[in-house]
Structures are given as structure tokens and as C-alpha cells.
Design a protein around this ligand. Sequence first.
Ligand code: CUA
Length: 334
Amino acid sequence: MFDPRFWMPESVNALAEGTDSLFMFILWVSVISMVIVCGAMIILAVRYRASADVSRDRPPRDHLGLEVTWTLVPTALLGVIFFWGTRDYVRMTVPEPDSMEIRVMGQKWFWTFDYPEQGIRLQATEEVDAKNVSEGKPVGLVVPVDTPVRLVGSSTDVLHSVFIPSFRMKKDVVPNRYTTTGFRATEEGVYDLFCTEYCGTKHSNMITKVTVLSKAEFESFVEAAQEAASGPVDGATLFASSGCAGCHTVADVGAGGIGPALYQVFGREERLTTGETVLVDENYLRESIENPVAKVVEGYGPVMPSYAGRLSEEELTALIVYLKGLGSDKEAPI
Ligand code: CUA
């Protein structure tokens, strides 16, 4: 219990070296304070119990030494915790020079990792992660070992939080602003990454991994990702990697799910929450991707995040072609 590994996995972040010692310091200060306070309570309660034969009419007296002690000792301890904590917080928040920058975007209910210098985007949805695991590829956020990384976080909808226990790192990602934090992984391996801010129905789906590769492996991973990104866009892949599959089913399994089932959606008459009906054509699909709350199907909530600006024109078209083909034997061109 008095070993940090009782509470957390082994720390593999060079920027968070002080976190465990500070945690143990606070733990010990708390334990010792508790023993002193509770010990005094018990001793006084026994000594001055109702049936005890002690004098009770002595007026209270000042005791300067005692008052100075119980003021100065806690102040000093809090001062130590404050400066120690601030030093480590600044070390993680202010990036090391030459940090590699990665933009992490939280959205309902998956993660996107953009690498502006490398020009690649990684998605961490349940489907993409499962596929990477089965193909033996790196999962989730992929970073090189012994390299300072600066994470710039934002959210497209509500509050999420990036939590990587092995890095002792937890940072909220917030709509309409950026938050930054940094790490330098010291060990290759696969570590957990959680969303730790309750963000809606599928909050618990926002689980992925951080994969720390050797520098050489990272280079070849980036090259492969750049190559894959330059190929033709495929609607089915996009559907899985953009998080659509988290809420919409595409197989012939009837209703259920957070969003409308998309099997044979094209050409269907949908009843909207306003009582109107709408014919599902290319333009309705496009509107529903870019501005999902405009025409919500009856029985569903306005919970889908907008994809406007997050899909290129080419991607949008590929996705609509894919949706049109669901449940029909031909993939009709748009
Ligand atoms: Cu995102 Cu919880």
C-alpha cells in the first residue's frame, strides 16, 4: 500500500518522475496527521468522559507555543506540496524544446490523433482498434520512445479527458479552446488511455491504447500510414474510422442503437421529431452528416456531433456512396 505501484501501474514518463514521490509524501503526511488528530481525540474523549473525576471549572488558557506549532507546521507542509506540485505541473505543461506535436481530439465517442508534422491522422474507435489488434498493428495513439511529445487537446462537442495512468497524465479536452500537456515515454510497450470525464451514453467506449514504439519502428509506421492515407477513399473504412459505427448499425438487425439503423436507409421515408416526414436522398444524408441536429428522426435525440469541416468533399461523397449501397445489391454512383 505504501508503494506507488499499489495504486498505479509503473510510471514510464520521464516528465512525471516527481509525481509518485509527491503522492507518497502527501499520503504519509495525511496518515501521520490522521494518527495525531484521531489519537488526541481518543485520549481527550476518554480523559474527559462524563463519569471521569477531573476538574472542569478551570478557564481556558492561551498556549503560544502550541498555537505557533499547529499553524507553522501545516503551513510549511502545504508550502512544500504547493511548490513541489507546481514544479512538476509546469514540467509537464510547458513543452520541452523540439517536442513532437500531436493534436488529440475528443468527440462522442472516440479519439482522433493528428500528426501535423507527419501529415497523418489516426482514429481510435472500437472497430479500428479491434482491426489493428487482429492485424498486429499499433493501436491508438502511437509515439516513439525517448522523444518529448506535446499533446494539444481539443473537443468537438463536450468535455472529455485524456487519462494515461502509466504516464501519470490526465488532461481535460474542452470545446472551443486548446489544452496542452507533454510526456516523454521511457519504455516501449502498450499502455491504457481512458476518457475520464463523463461525456454521455458511450463514455465507456472511449478506451484505447498508447503504443510506444522504437524510433525506427515509428518511422516505418509513419511511412505506412502516409501511404495508406494517399490511397483512394473507401466509404466502409471511413464509416468505421470516423466513429459512425459506434451509434449506427448497418446490418439487417432491425432498430436499436443510439442513432437510426442504416440498413436500406436510402430511399426510406423517415418521420422526424417535428412530425414531418423526409425522404432519405443524397442531400438528406449530407445534411445529416454536416448538421445532424437539423432533421432528427423520431425516437432519437439530437446527440450526433457535426462532421462539417472534418470530412473532405471526397470523403463525404465516399461515405454517402457507401450508405446508399447498404442493403442494396448494387453500389449506385452518386
Ligand atoms: Cu469522452 Cu468520457
